[in-house]
Design a protein around this ligand. Structure first.
Ligand code: ADP
Ligand code: MG
Length: 713
């Protein structure tokens, strides 16, 4: 091999070439998850111990926590009368000595060999005149010298020591020196972004001269991880745009104008901005692929309808897909109301206008009516069709589908979006045109996270609520006294003709237990706190007919209180419901609580939401966040802070991921830089012909599984 060493080269070198790796160490490394030199070099330290920062043993003070670097001098183990093991370890540095005592950790005897260097953290006490630390935190440094020592992830099962790993890493990097490790990043880009070069980043992440050098190394290597993901996403997006022909829609036409001016309210600044963003996409020759993020109640429907009307203006059709039948029906009612009396310019018509036609298609539509709808859809008699996934089933043919809106309370997959693209129509030249696609979500995720999860879409945000809403008051309730007050407030609201939701404790493990919990709560409340009120019960095991009946009763005010499981999380719209009680609120996630709370606050009367937890002494950070804010984007940020990546990337995915250093939470600036860099690279070189090494690293490091994940989610 000649030339600079690539990551693929490193991946092809077995660890057995390293000094000191024989059969046994090779097997241990394999168990640890390292088979080749690339895996060794990207097994990054879990932390770094800066020896110059540590205390000397003679400086230790009883009762004050400290970190010391010491050498193991003597180890003894014994068992107490009540059969507990104690491992007693004498350690020291040149300034003095100290005892470490480990209770019930018999394996310490094997781990802490005489002569080893340890970084030990704990609170020393004076015991019989000698300083002693009980169960200190220990990191093995081995016999490594140097100012800053890397500490690698350890597992008890696999006996590979952190200093062995460090030695092999050093050996591997030394042996790369002559040929050099290649750097796929264009040097002008690297300089502009002030990123370290790859070779020095690899040295410094393992053996930094200073903590600053380590930070810089991390920044570069994390950037590489993010860049690979972004290049895939941006590349995919670009390919859609280049491959598919869209419709150049007529934007700002009569229909959109009539619609906006007929609204009983003025659109918000955010709505206007997003409508403009969408119009720009619609007017362009390639199909739109846009995500619309907006909190519950931010007015996404108006934006969606405006987009569909641009299609209708040019004699194409619009489709709106909802995740459930109930939501489809709700959308249908809402859209019909918004479009009431709207006339479509029609030159074939003697009067120059005709009524716009909106229809609903769900599985509940009977076969004769269904046939009729399908016929009119195919001959262009229907302008806007609303429904569930059923809309992308076989046999549903549009005359000319122009704009598709996907209301994605639960994320639709990429396959579904792809299926929609194929619902386009043939133009005169018999070229397949793809409809423009707008995906709406009411679960806001932070901007930079959206770049990763929805990276193949453009993103618009409705970040302003329509005026005139009475904010929801959220209260944390714990303890008998405040619960009693809460129920009396609910009864009082009911006496004034308002309605309430009570959400039952969440039991994730079992559907059956969840239903039982709902039934118990229902029975208990009917006998006690809410005695005398009309209560209804709603849960996931009821048939859709039963659910509908209950919902209808509630909507018609035949029920005061709806005791429900999270089935009400999605979309139920009852403006007269002003009270929301969530029992065991600390069991729910932030996003879920936010969605639940969105069920109230839809009318003119001020709404309240009570979040009930059991311990009056300890609140939950999630409940606190809900009490503090009703802003979905703010809450999404808090959620990301509290839960980390798991919120967005599923956990199974994370372990295998190429994102070893980069974090959606901590590296927001890097994500933006990586996105911008990816766009720059892809725009100039869509097939990565002159960025072969980046392409090769993507093939090497992002498994098809992972790429799939990026799009499926
Ligand atoms: P979302 O789908 O984002 O949850 P909707 O589109 O259902 O929100 O709108 C929520 C409510 O706000 C509806 O009753 C709608 O008519 C109303 N609305 C939408 N835009 C405005 C506006 N600019 N001013 C006042 N009310 C609005
Ligand atoms: Mg809505």
């Amino acid at each position: 091999m000649t030339g600079q060493i690539t990551l693929r080269d490193l991946a092809s070198i077995d660890v057995e070439v390293l000094k000191g790796v024989g059969e046994k160490r090779k097997a241990a490394l394999a168990e640890y998850g390292i088979n080749n030199v690339l895996e060794l070099l990207t097994n990054y330290p879990r932390k770094w111990v800066d020896r110059t920062n540590e205390a000397r043993v003679s400086d230790l003070v009883a009762g004050q926590e400290a970190l010391v670097i010491v050498e193991v001098r003597k180890v003894s183990k014994f068992t107490t009368k009540n059969r507990k093991t104690i491992v007693n370890v004498q350690v020291g540095d040149e300034s003095g000595r100290l005892t470490a005592v480990f209770f019930n950790q018999p394996w310490r005897e094997r781990q802490l060999k005489v002569g080893l260097q340890l970084a030990m953290f704990g609170k020393p006490d004076l015991f019989r005149g000698v300083l002693q630390m009980s169960n200190p935190l220990v990191d093995l440094i081995g016999d490594r010298t140097g100012r800053i020592v890397p500490i690698y992830p350890q597992s008890e099962k696999v006996q590979v020591s952190t200093w062995e790993l460090a030695t092999w890493v050093e050996n591997a990097l030394e042996r790369c020196r002559e040929r050099g490790i290649s750097d796929p990043l264009p040097s002008d880009l690297r300089e502009r972004l002030e990123l370290a070069d790859r070779t020095s980043a690899l040295w410094s992440i393992h053996f930094p001269d200073s903590m600053v050098a380590k930070q810089n190394a991390r920044r570069r290597l994390a950037f590489d991880e993010l860049l690979r993901v972004q290049v895939v996403l941006v590349g995919r997006k670009r390919a859609f745009e280049l491959d598919s022909t869209g419709i150049r829609h007529i934007v700002g036409g009569k229909l959109q104008q009539r619609f906006i001016s007929a609204l009983p309210f003025a659109v918000t600044g955010a709505q206007q901005r997003v409508i403009n963003e969408i119009d720009q996409d619609l007017a362009a020759s390639h199909p739109m692929h846009r995500l619309l993020q907006g909190d519950v109640g931010s007015g996404k429907t108006v934006v969606a309808v405006s987009a569909m009307l641009a299609a209708v203006q040019g004699r194409h059709q619009g489709a709106l897909m909802a995740p459930t039948e109930v939501l489809a029906e709700q959308h249908f009612a809402g859209v019909q109301k918004l479009l009431e009396g709207l006339l479509v310019p029609d030159d074939d018509n003697l009067f120059g206008d005709r009524q716009l036609r909106v229809e609903l298609l769900t599985s509940r539509i009977t076969s004769e009516r269904r046939r009729e709808l399908l016929r009119d859809l195919a001959n262009g008699g229907i302008d806007i069709l609303i429904g569930t996934h059923a809309l992308i089933q076989e046999g549903v043919e549009f005359a000319s589908l122009g704009v598709v809106v996907i209301d994605e309370q639960h994320r639709f997959g990429v396959e579904q979006r792809a299926a929609l693209r194929n619902k386009g129509s043939k133009t005169a030249k018999s070229v397949m045109t793809s409809p423009d696609v707008l995906v709406m979500t009411a679960t806001p995720i932070p901007r930079t996270a959206a770049m990763t999860v929805y990276g193949d879409l453009d993103v618009s945000v409705l970040d302003e609520m329509p005026p005139g809403r009475t904010p929801i008051k959220t209260l944390w309730v714990a303890g008998e006294k405040s619960e009693t007050k809460m129920w009396s407030d609910v009864r009082e609201a009911a006496a004034q003709g308002q309605q309430a939701f009570v959400v039952c404790p969440l039991i994730e493990e079992s559907d059956k237990l969840q239903v039982a919990s709902a039934e118990d709560t229902f029975k208990l409340l009917a006998k006690t706190e809410l005695k005398g009120l009309k209560l209804g019960l709603l849960h996931g095991r009821m048939s859709s007919k039963e659910k509908d009946e209950t919902m209808t009763k509630f909507r018609d005010r035949q029920l005061d209180v709806l005791v429900a499981t999270t089935v009400i999380e999605v979309g139920v719209d009852v403006p007269n419901a002003t009270c929301m009680v969530v029992l065991d609120a600390d069991r729910f996630g932030i996003a879920q609580l936010h969605q639940l709370r969105g069920r109230v606050g839809r009318g003119v009367i001020a709404s309240r939401c009570w979040l009930v937890t059991s311990d009056p002494e300890v609140s939950s950070p999630r409940v606190d966040a809900l009490v503090e804010s009703t802003d979905g984007f703010y809450l999404a940020e808090v959620d990301l802070e509290l839960r980390g990546e798991g919120t967005i990337m599923n956990t199974a995915q994370k372990g295998r991921s190429d994102l070893k250093l980069a974090s959606l939470r901590r590296d927001r600036d890097l994500i933006e830089l990586a996105r911008a860099a990816a766009i720059e690279i892809i725009v100039g070189d869509p097939t990565l012909t002159s960025h072969k090494e980046i392409r090769d690293e993507i093939d090497l490091l992002l498994t098809p599984d992972e790429e799939e994940f990026l799009f499926k989610n």
